[in-house]
Write a protein that binds this ligand. Structure first.
Ligand SMILES: Nc1nc2c(ncn2[C@@H]2O[C@H](COP(=O)(O)OP(=O)(O)OP(=O)(O)O)[C@@H](O)[C@H]2O)c(=O)[nH]1
Ligand SMILES: [Mg+2]
Length: 268
């Protein structure tokens, strides 16, 4: 069990974000204390746009004298694969799961760190469904479906959490590296809440206002949301011993990964 908070690895999967990705990094660097941050890991893939990769390089140029910045080209597919590889590389005592499209307000990171320092073994998670939180520009049909889904999952797992599908959370890194992750697509975000819940990890919710992205497109179709049900069912009834990896996973060292990826990125 994680006894202290030392520093935070920021994992940023990115596909078609440019100024949103840069602003995300800028806001975190402006609002957080340097010593609270371990590194920034930007995960890109074959489908990431040229402008998105240029934005990632802009962040590397701007901040790599201050904090380690790694641009990692993922090998596993999809967003779940991207974040799984970010987790495997992380060097900090904690990791944050967020996106680069400004739908996860980066101003909240400082608050995540403040609360996590007092509760280093818990998961602090953002909620749009509590007082002080909310949605701006969210599709109305999706909003109703989201509300119903949250309640079904909370009942199934018998927990008092209001926003289990929102992928904006800070976790103890060792916990994340000790879990066997299965989902490669968006249900991975749900899995990152449900597997720790099954392991008895405690959560703290803090409200946040969600704002729709202003560039790029979501990689998650409306119908893909229905794939969350089989994930929830599977995790609810799987054997606890199957949740954990049997052997500690070899850690992909950030420096090696950075070198490896830099050579891969040549000519991008
Ligand atoms: N590296 C990488 N990043 C991805 C991939 N798919 C999505 N992303 C990024 O991950 C973040 C979250 O993806 P979104 O598709 O916006 O998912 P979401 O915000 O959970 O879903 P919506 O509520 O529908 O927007 C964004 O910053 C995407 O650019 C992927 O396959 N690889
Ligand atoms: Mg999004």
């Amino acid at each position: 069990m994680q006894k202290n908070f030392y520093n935070l690895s920021i994992i940023l999967p990115a596909m078609d974000e440019t100024y949103s990705l840069v602003q995300t990094a800028d806001i975190i660097m402006e609002t957080c204390r340097r010593e609270d941050l371990a590194e920034i890991i930007i995960v890109i893939c074959d489908r990431s746009t040229k402008d998105c990769i240029a934005a990632a390089k802009q962040i590397e140029d701007k901040y790599s004298d201050i904090i380690p910045v790694t641009i990692h080209k993922q090998q596993k597919p999809f967003v779940g694969g991207a974040v799984q590889e970010g987790i495997a590389m992380a060097q900090g005592s904690h990791v944050v799961l967020m996106s680069s499209d400004l739908e996860t307000d980066p101003h909240l990171i400082q608050e995540f760190i403040r609360i996590e320092k007092k509760n280093p073994e818990k998961i602090v998670t953002a909620t749009r469904w509590k007082k002080g939180g909310g949605f701006q520009g969210y599709n109305k049909v999706k909003l109703v479906a989201n509300c119903i889904f949250q309640r079904i999952i909370a009942c199934l797992f018998w927990v008092n959490l209001s926003d289990i599908t929102y992928a904006y959370r800070i976790f103890p890194k060792e916990l994340m590296q000790s879990i066997r992750w299965e989902e490669l697509k968006h249900p991975f975000f749900l899995e990152t809440a449900l597997k720790p819940l099954r392991l008895g990890v405690k959560f703290i919710e803090i409200p946040v206002k969600w704002q729709a992205r202003t560039e790029g497109v979501s990689q998650n179709s409306f119908w893909a949301n229905f794939k969350y049900f089989p994930t929830a069912w599977h995790v609810r009834f799987m054997k606890k011993s199957d949740i954990l990896v049997s052997e500690p996973q070899p850690q992909l060292h950030a420096e090696n990964a950075a070198g490896l990826q830099r050579s891969k990125l040549t000519g991008v």
